[in-house]
Design a protein around this ligand. Structure first.
Ligand code: CA
Length: 399
């Protein structure tokens, strides 16, 4: 409960309290917390209360705060919970509430490294069938390690940023030679992104049990993908220019502490994983995404049955001693469920364009110029309580 009025159905209830970076008028961008349809301007409130690290909220990214580590994240969350639930804090906080409609949200943190996984079995199976129709859909390594690649941190953009249609080289199997031009198979990928706060030491792997000591929280990710560029370039070294032109993330970072009531056990893994990927309490989260294309709901991918847990992805990406840095982002890979209406990309939803969606009576396959894609998501606890993860959106502009 909060003394702040929270509209019915708001994703940001009094125990969510995600952090983001907002710009208000011509003032310097700084850190805020979302509640209902308002932003708490944290810098002046923390400063007046002489909170340790208050100056970190006056910065234009969350990185300084993220670097503090779990004990400080938890203390800050407890402070925030008190601010919004304790009527005695009303006089201190109320002057620093700003309507979300009056602010512009920015990229919440400066992205250090970006890694993208491929953790949904249903998605990997669908893509295997589409890209390699004559062989087993899952490659032999897939159930032994979380497959991933290093993406491009510098082109991760804030929700709302226009996405310029990428150009590149492609060659379909029926064409004798490659050509260069605007992508004709521009797609989305619905993913959950994990935001690293606490760095690690070069040469020292992070264990699956240390996940919560390093990861602060999650954002929604739309990993825009040019399928025609990807299909021609990806052999043998993996995704490159078909992915690196833009990846959009949601503005509000939901903390693991807020999300944990929606944690669910990881589904059984068969064959058993190697010891460095094994853990007693591996979890996923019960999250359902909703994907809208020009306002029409086209898919509702479920996260909870994702094959690899985020703790395993983290352990794997540091298993060779590679460091984590504050601001690292690693994403789950496209999330797809078993139903046709649960697929997290257009290449799956339209089966490579052969089975178009029909929106407003018009057939639709890959993204057209002017298309707007919005992804929202909600986490659900075992008692049915819901917690919103906000939204990430983007509109395609011509090449
Ligand atoms: Ca991806």
């Amino acid at each position: 409960m909060s003394w702040i009025e929270i509209p019915e159905g708001s994703p940001f209830g009094a125990d969510n309290l995600p952090l983001g970076v907002f710009r208000y008028g011509d003032e310097e961008p700084r850190v805020g917390a979302a509640i209902g349809d308002q932003v708490i301007d944290l810098a002046p409130v923390a400063s007046a209360e002489m909170l340790d690290g208050a100056q970190l909220f006056a910065q234009p990214t969350l990185n300084g705060f993220l670097a503090l580590g779990r004990p400080a994240w938890r203390a800050t969350r407890n402070w925030l919970l008190d601010l919004v639930s304790n009527p005695g804090q009303r006089d201190a906080v109320e002057p620093h509430l700003i309507p979300q409609s009056a602010v512009t949200m920015q990229l919440p943190f400066e992205v250090a490294d970006y890694v993208d996984f491929y953790a949904s079995e249903q998605h990997a199976t669908n893509l295997g069938r589409l890209f390699r129709p004559d062989s087993e859909p899952l490659l032999p390594n897939w159930k032994h390690l979380p497959v991933g690649y290093h993406g491009r941190a510098g082109t991760i953009v804030a929700s709302g940023t226009d996405i310029v249609r990428p150009s590149g080289q492609r060659k379909s199997p029926t064409e004798p030679v490659p050509s260069f031009g605007p992508s004709q198979r521009l797609d989305i990928e619905v993913e959950l992104g994990y935001v690293v706060g606490t760095p690690s030491t070069l040469g020292t792997p992070v264990s699956v049990d240390d996940f919560e000591n390093h990861v602060f929280g999650v954002v929604l990710v739309n990993d825009w993908s040019a399928r025609d560029l990807q299909a021609w370039e990806y052999v043998p070294l993996g995704p490159f220019l078909g992915k690196s032109f833009a990846t959009s993330i949601s503005p509000w970072v939901i903390s693991l502490d807020a999300l944990n009531p929606a944690a669910v056990p990881l589904p059984a893994q068969d064959p058993p994983v190697l010891p460095y990927l094994a853990g007693k309490n591996l979890t996923n989260y019960d999250i359902t995404f909703e994907v809208r294309l020009n306002g029409h709901v086209i898919s509702t991918p479920p996260y909870r049955d994702t094959y690899w847990s985020p703790a395993q992805m983290l352990a794997h990406l540091t298993a060779n001693g590679a460091t984590l840095r504050t601001g690292d982002l690693y994403a789950s890979g496209t999330i797809s469920g078993p139903e046709k209406t649960q697929r997290g990309s257009l290449i799956e939803l339209t089966w490579a364009g052969r089975d178009p969606l029909v929106l407003d009576g018009q057939e639709h396959t890959f993204l057209q110029d002017g298309d707007e894609v919005t992804i929202t998501a909600w986490a659900t606890t075992p008692t049915g309580k819901r917690l919103g993860l906000g939204e990430v959106s983007g509109t395609i502009t011509p090449a």
